[in-house]
Design a protein around this ligand. Structure first.
Ligand code: NAP
Length: 272
């Protein structure tokens, strides 16, 4: 019987592509996202096209009790979880002073606390079996600063810190913690993102400059497809890599790591 992977944010984008990749690799799947219909549709496509074994559990990762039920349902169905892929995430871009406390809380609730809830729920079983892999899908924004994205970067830097510290703590117990950091990816993520306006901007008649910039970036050559990120996650899991920065983002992160004093001001000087 195949190993078991639990993927959050599995109905669309990177999570969905990852579900297909792991199903092709022989894994049995537990999939989570909030919208039951989209999740069910993804599960049906996996079953019909790949004959995959799928458990789909509508779950809001911001709710620890729902996450606990997801993990219990997975353990009941399959008896174990070999790999957790924390992937459900949301995006917000805008000036710091336009970002309300409610925005910060909503972003952290999914991007940080959502990851924490799933890890806390799967860990007792992994520790008991002294075996497991946890993949945290981070972002280029968790490896270097991005303009007008303080809240998103804070949430993804929190994921980087969690990933790196947990790796040290859990490695002696046979559990591997992996960070996978995509750059810009061609999914619905940015279409669903919240773009806050500069004071005086009117988003009803004009898309914000930030949204226009994102749209242009999505048409540029350095955008990855969800399948490329899924392949990077698969490679990392199969070859026990600690960290992967996906696609062209690796060059930007390398440049920032080597020359933070140059790349920071360069980012600041990008036109609005
Ligand atoms: N796309 C990019 O440019 C990009 C770049 C770097 C990093 N990333 C990271 O990659 C990950 C996936 O992004 P993506 O591009 O695949 O996004 P996406 O296409 O918008 O898909 C997001 C998935 O997460 C689910 N989701 C959202 N909120 C949730 C919640 N509270 N509980 C459970 N599921 C939830 C969504 O389904 P429901 O709405 O039905 O819940 C959907 O399945 C995120 O962590 C993101 O930060 C993305």
């Amino acid at each position: 019987m195949g190993d078991v992977v639990l993927i959050t944010g599995a109905s669309e984008g990177i999570g969905r592509a990852t579900a297909f990749t792991f199903a092709r690799g022989g894994y049995r799947l537990a999939l989570a996202a909030r919208t039951a219909e989209t999740l069910k549709q993804t599960a049906i496509e996996l079953e019909q096209s790949l004959n995959a074994e799928v458990l789909a559990v509508p779950t809001d990762v911001t709710q620890p009790d729902q996450v606990q039920k997801l993990v219990e349902a997975t353990l009941e169905r399959y008896g174990r979880i070999d790999c957790l892929i924390n992937n459900a995430g949301i995006c917000l871009s805008g000036p710091f002073l336009q970002t309300t406390l409610e925005h910060w809380q909503a972003l952290m609730a999914v991007n940080f606390w959502g990851y924490l809830h799933t890890i806390r729920a799967v860990l007792p079983d992994m520790l008991k079996r002294k075996r497991g892999q946890i993949v945290n899908v981070g972002s280029i924004g968790g490896k270097m600063p991005l303009p007008q994205m303080a809240a998103y970067c804070a949430s993804k830097y929190a994921v980087s810190g969690l990933t790196e510290a947990l790796r040290l703590e859990l490695q002696p117990h046979g559990i591997q913690v992996i960070g996978v950091h995509p750059g810009l990816v061609n999914s619905n993520f940015l279409k669903r993102a919240i773009f806050l306006e500069e004071p005086g901007e009117d988003n009803l008649t004009h898309p914000s400059r930030a949204r226009q910039r994102m749209q242009q970036a999505l048409e540029s050559f350095w955008v990855s497809q969800p399948e490329e990120v899924a392949a990077a996650i698969w490679e990392a899991v199969c070859h026990s890599k600690s960290e992967v920065v996906v696609g062209m983002a690796q060059w930007a992160v390398a440049a920032y790591t080597l020359f933070p004093g140059w790349v920071g001001p360069l980012l600041q000087s990008l036109p609005d």
